[in-house]
Design a protein around this ligand. Structure first.
Ligand SMILES: [Zn+2]
Length: 159
């Protein structure tokens, strides 16, 4: 399945990092929303609570998950540029106010490991960032998603 909410390629930008999200709903509702052209929203990947993973936008293309910038703290955010153009968006199904499952965290770490190797991106706090470090008025991905843990597990996992 592919999302219609995407731009072909990345206007010459190199992939520089990963933005971690929660979907604020079920896996199915997130897939439905991201494949509905009305939403104008998409992630590259959505990981279900059981660890199932779907790719809705190929990483070479631009998904629409972090386009709005509000008081960013992430170093990766360049002034005046759209973060969608140089990041990969990975969303865990569920509410920001609830814990992700261990299967989701494990799958996310494996995915980060694989993509980091493939695109030659180092995994650290500047390249694996929570959505709210781009947009401070969002809770996403919430207090239970630790990018530090994801980075640690990613660097441990074997691609
Ligand atoms: Zn988000």
């Amino acid at each position: 399945m592919e999302s219609p909410n995407q731009e072909y390629l990345r206007r010459g930008n190199k992939i520089a990092g990963f933005v971690i999200h929660k979907t604020e709903g079920s896996f199915k509702s997130a897939v439905d929303w991201c494949t509905n052209p009305i939403s104008q929203v998409s992630y590259h990947f959505i990981i279900d609570r059981n660890g199932d993973n779907i790719c809705l936008v190929m990483p070479e293309n631009t998904a629409w998950h972090a386009g709005l910038i509000r008081n960013p703290t992430a170093e990766i955010v360049k002034n005046g540029s759209n973060p969608n153009l140089y990041t990969i968006g990975i969303a865990l199904a569920g509410l920001a106010s609830e814990k992700p499952t261990l299967k989701q965290i494990t799958k996310c770490a494996e995915l980060l490991n694989y993509l980091a190797n493939y695109y030659e991106i180092p995994l650290d706090k500047n390249t694996v960032i929570p959505h709210n470090s781009i947009r401070a008025d969002k809770l996403c991905p919430g207090p239970y998603v630790s990018t530090e843990v994801l980075i640690y597990l990613s660097n441990c996992s074997q691609a």
